[in-house]
Design a protein around this ligand. Structure first.
Ligand SMILES: [Zn+2]
Length: 151
């Protein structure tokens, strides 16, 4: 299988202490982006379900119209290409590159399979939730596209 590598330029020069602090902040922020998106979707009056286990990949949100599977991805763990938050630690770079590469491949596989099963798929990066309104508009557009393509 072709391996997508996280580019080398995403390396940094953090000290171990700075790195530990950054990783901790990324991890504890965990579900905050999901909450942000959840309330933005609610404000926009869009119908959705959360963490739908019956759908492949357990989408963070399943938009009833569409249906659209929405995944909220942490920039570091899912390897947001070119993102400041996805910079790899210099120590154990190999380990991280491999681990995150696995996540990227799995995300792509799940999205491909979902599309084949008839779902729309929207990937939302945590950093994009600095502007939740914009993300909601993107999801709305995806819903409208699917509505207009219905027979
Ligand atoms: Zn990002």
């Amino acid at each position: 299988m072709l391996q997508k590598r996280v580019p080398n330029r995403l390396m940094d020069n953090l000290t171990p202490v700075q790195r530990a602090r950054l990783m901790r902040s990324i991890r504890t922020r965990g579900t905050a982006p999901e909450k942000t998106l959840g309330s933005a979707l609610k404000d926009a009056g869009l119908a959705y379900r959360c963490h739908v286990k019956s759908v492949r990949g357990t989408p963070d949100f399943l938009m009833t119209a569409g249906p659209i599977a929405v995944f909220v991805h942490g920039c570091f763990w899912h390897g947001h290409d070119g993102c400041r938050r996805a910079v790899l630690p210099r120590t154990n770079a190999c380990f991280w590159r491999e681990k995150i590469g696995r996540n990227i491949r799995r995300d792509k596989r799940v999205a491909r399979q979902l599309r084949r099963e008839g779902y729309g798929v929207v990937t939302v990066w945590a950093c994009q939730l600095n502007d939740p309104t914009r993300v909601v508009r993107r999801i709305q557009r995806a819903q409208n596209r699917r509505k207009s393509s219905e027979p």
